[in-house]
Design a protein around this ligand. Structure first.
Ligand code: ATP
Ligand code: MG
Length: 300
């Protein structure tokens, strides 16, 4: 779902929302030397890339620090940073932190799937490989510069397009809104969890989140009357989504549960999943897909 949109207001909006998810000792700023910059991209996926980088920056600054996001235009004539880069207009998105930095021997591996230096149960090592994949899907480039003890800077390059932008807010007038219903989000991937809560708030739902099945069940047992719907990742480290959904429905048989998968499913799998869930979403999902999945499950 690529559309042409102006990256600058998008970045401002993103920084506003993500800053609310950061601890107080982390300061985040956005600077830009370009006023307008149209890219052809999937906004949900670009948001995912930025969220992954911000979560990593936060993790690298346990004692606090600064994150600087910036955008500037690069006009590529013949001195190309990458041989495959076409000449013309590019935007450089920079995400800079004052964290621990990345050791020299670790640096070549950070984009590999499942590579993590975080403890068991803390990182899956998929954040940067997903970011890399998404940037590639957009014909872009991502690189990193880091010095141990000084911090890390990621650079993303995306092609600027000449096409007219479609304003993101008025683009989809037909998105069904919630009525303040309360949603329990069960998701172990932090950046996805943060993004889902943000989307739910935008859609006029109240969201509460749990990062493990155990946490979710404790919360649900305690507040089952308050929740109207559950969104649940199919793969959780402590219990699989199907069993979790069963347990939730034992506690409150009337509650709709939406399953979320990070992997594309074949029709056969979908059939099995829909025996245990009221609906199904595939990551990364758009705000529209989320809104429709919720509307289709909630009967008023
Ligand atoms: N800003 C950063 N500062 C220091 N190290 C970083 C930074 N970003 C990434 N890294 C290193 O790169 C590794 C891989 O990052 P990646 O986001 O792919 O996985 P993760 O953060 O470990 O796990 P996940 O993102 O799946 O929760 C990290 O474990 C960390 O060692
Ligand atoms: Mg990460």
């Amino acid at each position: 779902e690529k559309t042409v949109f102006d990256l600058i207001p998008f970045m401002k909006e993103f920084v506003k929302f993500i800053s609310r998810t950061l601890p107080e000792n982390i300061k985040i700023d956005f600077e830009t030397t370009v006023k307008r910059c149209n890219i052809k991209a999937d906004p949900t996926k670009i948001q995912q890339v930025l969220a992954n980088l911000i979560v990593n920056a936060r993790d690298a600054m346990p004692e606090g620090g600064q994150i600087l996001l910036s955008t500037r235009e690069k006009y590529i004539v013949d001195e190309k940073p990458y041989s495959e880069m076409s000449t013309g207009r590019w935007v450089e998105i920079m995400v800079k932190d004052t964290g621990t930095g990345i050791p020299r021997d670790v640096l070549p591996h950070i984009f590999e799937p499942f590579f993590t230096t975080k403890g068991v149960g803390k990182g899956t090592g998929l954040g940067l490989s997903q970011a890399y994949g998404i940037v590639k899907q957009h014909e872009g480039f991502i690189e990193v510069k880091s010095k141990e003890g000084e911090g890390t800077t990621f650079y993303i390059y995306l092609p600027i397009v000449d096409a007219e932008a479609v304003p993101l807010t008025t683009r989809e007038p037909a998105i069904p809104q919630g009525k303040g219903q309360k949603v329990l989000v069960i998701e172990d991937d932090e950046s996805v969890r943060v993004l889902t809560i943000n989307l739910l708030n935008e859609l006029n739902y109240h969201a509460e989140a749990a990062s493990t099945a155990r946490e979710a069940l404790a919360l649900f047992e305690h507040k089952r009357d308050e929740f109207d719907i559950v969104i649940c990742d199919l793969v959780m480290p402590d219990l699989n989504g199907i069993d979790l959904s069963k347990r939730i429905k034992e506690l409150k048989p009337s509650i709709p549960v939406i399953g979320v998968s990070g992997y594309p499913l074949i029709d056969e799998d979908k059939k099995t999943i829909l025996k245990h869930f009221d609906n199904f979403l595939q990551k990364p999902f758009s705000i529209k897909a989320l809104a429709e999945a919720l509307r289709d499950c909630i009967k008023d």
